[in-house]
Design a protein around this ligand. Structure first.
Ligand SMILES: NC(=O)c1ccc[n+]([C@@H]2O[C@H](COP(=O)([O-])OP(=O)(O)OC[C@H]3O[C@@H](n4cnc5c(N)ncnc54)[C@H](O)[C@@H]3O)[C@@H](O)[C@H]2O)c1
Length: 354
């Protein structure tokens, strides 16, 4: 990016927000972050993200934090008018599909209405600024579970060549079971597309697979690799819900998410949608993740199996990255799955002793 940017990042104390904030700050751009540590309200003390906010403030002295609830519409309108960002990265959310069922108002008000607050604020103040929403693969609901699968020794996989590269952005988001979280994210996703198509804002939705990295405050209900590593290091039992532990997720390091956002901000398009994950090369089943983590940490993974799967949970999901690579040929994955796990292990080892 040549120009000096003013980047507004929501959810700045979370996994993605903090990575994006640190990434742009390290390149000399001005970064404003919004977060009110709502993750600790959603998930209790283990979801607390203050440590990450403090890390960011310590490591990036130019970073400016705004303690604001994204549901506070007037607060959002005032902040955007004041900051006048040249890039908006919206990563604040209630991120768990299981948790949403217990807190439907908080979930929808945060995920859907919070997104509308920022979109409208951007339209009024900085309609030319690239606007990136962290969406999710849960917008496809359980549709991917209807794809014929084959069972392999340690994982499920797609049985039809049509999905050999993974799930494309053209996959239907309609008429499937989403969870309330998936539905509130669909509302946000479609609204972000609409502000692109209807109003011409340079928006995009990044439909994340498993976004991960050392700065995740992983809890049982969200952040599977981070939580799994924590269980391994603490000798805690990890509960596998259904699908024989062979359910497949594709994992992408938060740095590669930040790098894609950078590429989009450099050459924005309008109303775009990308499936953003590690792709097949960085996918693993839970059983495979156990083996990888054991190999890296040297500790045995304790686990138990619950027969019933989580409602609507994907059996096999990996993203087709071809559209991203086609639109942004300068971007690709730079941190593979093993290296990512090494970093997560090291981060937890450090956090658990300090
Ligand atoms: N991590 C993943 O595997 C994954 C996968 C797909 C999509 N996503 C999406 O990416 C985005 C970022 O995910 P993450 O893993 O960084 O989540 P995270 O929970 O680590 O970070 C989200 C941050 O938003 C903040 N927040 C939540 N509600 C808020 C509110 N009302 N006001 C102000 N701040 C609020 C939280 O305190 C938290 O720090 C989310 O939109 C999520 O749905 C994540």
């Amino acid at each position: 990016m040549s120009a000096c940017h003013v980047v507004l990042v929501t959810g700045a104390s979370g996994l993605i927000g903090s990575e994006v904030a640190g990434y742009f700050a390290s390149q000399g751009h001005t970064v404003h972050g919004v977060d009110n540590n709502q993750r600790a309200v959603f998930f209790g003390p283990q979801g607390d993200t203050r440590w990450n906010q403090q890390r960011l403030e310590r490591e990036r002295p130019s970073y400016r934090h705004h303690e604001l609830d994204i549901r506070d519409r007037q607060g959002v309108l005032d902040l955007v008018a004041d900051v006048r960002p040249t890039v908006v990265v919206h990563a604040a959310a209630q991120p768990s599909h299981d948790r949403a069922a217990a807190i439907p108002f908080d979930d929808f008000d945060t995920n859907a209405v919070g997104t509308l607050n920022f979109l409208e604020a951007a339209r009024r103040t900085c309609p030319e600024s690239p606007f990136v929403l962290m969406s999710t693969n849960k917008v496809y609901g359980d549709g991917p579970n209807r794809i014929p699968l084959i069972e392999k020794a340690t994982r499920w996989d797609y049985a039809v060549p049509q999905y050999a590269h993974g799930i494309p952005e053209t996959f239907s988001i309609d008429q499937s079971l989403h969870s309330l979280f998936g539905a509130s994210k669909v509302a946000a996703d479609v609204m972000v597309q609409e502000y692109g198509r209807y109003f011409g804002l340079p928006t995009c939705c990044l439909r994340g697979g498993c976004l991960t990295g050392p700065n995740h405050s992983g809890v049982e209900l969200h952040g599977f690799l981070s939580y799994l590593v924590r269980c391994n290091l603490e000798g805690r039992e990890y509960k596998v819900y259904g699908y024989k532990g062979k359910q497949v997720r594709d994992n992408i390091h938060s740095l590669d998410v930040a790098r894609f956002i950078h590429a989009f901000a450099d050459a924005p398009r309008s109303g775009e949608v990308y499936n953003l994950g590690g792709g097949k090369a960085n996918s693993c089943s839970i059983l495979e993740a156990f083996a990888l983590v054991e190999q890296i940490s040297g500790q045995r993974q304790r686990h138990s199996h619950v027969e019933t799967n989580r409602i609507g949970d994907h059996i096999c999901y990996y993203s087709d990255l071809r559209k991203m690579r086609d639109h942004y040929p300068g971007w690709d994955i730079t941190v593979g799955l093993e290296q990512t796990i090494v970093q997560i292990v090291e981060a937890w080892q450090h956090k658990l002793v300090s």
